[in-house]
Design a protein around this ligand. Structure first.
Ligand code: FES
Ligand code: FES
Length: 159
């Protein structure tokens, strides 16, 4: 089968039952894809498949039906989001951060409501599957919302 990851296509013959996370880490060197619970409960392994968040630890690679993007492939797009994480203290050990950034990227592409309370509520709901044992969640939600606000303002200025 062919699989495209961060713009790179490879022909693979995975053993039956191989999960996407293993292929990403071992064949594509995408070590931002973290394995923690390995049963679809923590979000550490979140990647985008055809632009939609997927949990790579429970996704059989033979069922992947679109281009895969990991945090490595979002380096440029997520620069402002990652800066907001750093500025607002939204990580400590950083283990959950790539999955948080990938999932938040999908949300930010869709856009957040202009109203701050509604934006926070939407971000909380969208990010609820990304577990962080270090930070509590307030700073993560604030970093996502601040990035959404900044992008909306920048978009308005260029209109
Ligand atoms: S490692 Fe995939 S959801 Fe936890
Ligand atoms: S920063 Fe350590 S688990 Fe989230």
């Amino acid at each position: 089968m062919n699989i495209t990851v961060n713009g790179q296509t490879r022909d693979l013959s995975p053993a039956p039952g191989t999960v996407l996370a293993a292929v990403l880490r071992e064949r594509f060197g995408a070590t931002s894809v973290k394995l923690a619970c390995e049963r679809g409960e923590c979000g550490a392994c979140t990647v985008l498949v055809a632009g939609r968040p997927r949990l790579a630890c429970v996704t059989p690679v033979e069922l992947v039906d679109g281009e895969v993007t990991t945090a490595e492939g979002l380096a440029e797009e997520s620069a402002d989001l990652r800066a907001a994480f750093a500025d607002l203290g939204a990580f400590q050990c950083g283990f959950c951060t790539p999955g948080q950034v990938v999932n938040a990227t999908a949300l930010l592409r869709a856009g957040l409501p202009a109203d701050a309370e509604r934006a926070r509520a939407k971000a909380r709901a969208h990010m609820s599957g990304n577990i962080c044992r270090c930070t509590g969640y307030a700073a993560i939600i604030e970093a996502v919302c601040a990035t959404g606000r900044a992008r909306a303002e920048a978009g308005e200025e260029t209109r």
